[in-house]
Design a protein around this ligand. Structure first.
Ligand SMILES: [Zn+2]
Length: 334
């Protein structure tokens, strides 16, 4: 009898334990499944494949590197998914990646300013700051805000095409045997970039000129605005774009900031705020709430824009087309 009670009790306790173990392993499998591609990518990149190992800080660079380098290189992106490149600090394993790379490309212009990453990049002669090089070559194309350089240069495809040329030059310098291979791929990429630039321009210019004013989470869309939203040679193009958070999203929003955006919404008759995929919605929610309290019709667009981060496997150029489509759809039909 005692044995029976013990048996029943044993199972009574054991069923939830078993369930807990099963649930634990299911979670582990899901977690492992989600991270498997990243880990595999990292392992194969660390393998001695005899290919040139190229590390890029952001996907906007990594996509160009992979397009030009093709089968002759192994390309890896350091700051993946929704992580913020402005504040990214080195984590376990990053040191190995940086050491293992034959070439490193980063944006520069103050984008990667997390202290550990910044000091590593600046002390390493394998690393090329694409934005800093573009600033040297084409200073007139680089934008500033309150005397601080705006690092979001990839938001204008015609400027980012220069980054493609710089990547090509670095690849042929380290691998001269692959020069013709890289050249043909770089030319194909340049053609695709020129085509995408024109497509975005045409798409955005279907929006009536008077409606081409917009608000996003942080100051990442200045280059996009100047190149695509503004009229040709427009002097006051900066007035077409406003954001509550500065060049690096910081979530700090004062009543003055909120009022500034509210005034902007009223002045330009804007009813849609555009959220960015990796920036907290708090700032836009505060503005939308404050606007509604004042009787304005304000909503946050459900389709998010990509600026500092690109979700999933979306190619940089498809990300730019996505942004243009979302902006164009919502501004044409507010
Ligand atoms: Zn940014």
């Amino acid at each position: 009898m005692l044995k029976k009670i013990h048996f029943v009790q044993h199972h009574f306790l054991k069923i939830p334990q078993r369930s807990a173990i099963i649930i634990f392993f299911l979670i582990l499998m899901v977690f492992w499944g989600c991270h498997k591609p990243d880990r595999q990518l990292f392992r194969s990149w660390m393998d001695d494949s005899k290919k040139i190992k190229v590390l890029s800080t952001i996907k906007q660079i990594g996509d160009l590197v992979a397009d030009i380098g093709g089968e002759r290189i192994d390309s890896l992106v350091l700051i993946r998914g929704a992580l913020d490149p402005h504040y990214y600090e080195l984590v376990k394993g990053d040191g190995e990646k940086l050491e293992h790379a034959d070439l490193i490309f980063y944006n520069g212009l103050g984008l990667e300013h997390g202290a550990s990453l910044f000091s590593w990049l600046h002390l390493n002669n394998k690393a090329t700051a694409l934005g800093d090089r573009i600033l040297q070559q084409f200073p007139e194309r680089i934008l500033f805000k309150a005397e601080i350089v705006d690092p979001h240069i990839w938001m204008d495809v015609s400027i980012w095409a220069v980054a493609g040329d710089l990547i090509f030059q670095q690849l042929i310098a380290i691998d001269p045997d692959g020069a013709s291979y890289y050249r043909s791929r770089a030319l194909l990429l340049r053609e695709r970039m020129e085509r995408t630039h024109r497509e975005i321009l045409e798409m955005v210019h279907q929006i009536p000129e008077a409606r081409r004013y917009f608000v996003t989470s942080h100051d990442a869309f200045q280059y996009f605005t100047r190149s695509y939203l503004a009229e040709k040679d427009e002097i006051n193009w900066t007035q077409r774009f406003a954001a509550p958070e500065g060049l690096a999203p910081d979530g700090q929003l004062s009543p003055v900031d909120i009022q500034r955006i509210i005034n902007y919404l009223k002045w330009h008759n804007i009813s849609t705020l555009f959220a960015e995929s990796n920036v907290n919605l708090d700032s836009l929610n505060k503005i939308a709430d404050a606007g509604r309290d004042l009787g304005l019709c304000v909503q946050i667009c459900e389709e998010k824009l990509f600026a500092d981060a690109i979700d999933g496997d979306l190619h940089y150029l498809d990300m730019m087309l996505h942004n243009a489509k979302v902006i164009s759809n919502h501004m044409s039909n507010p």
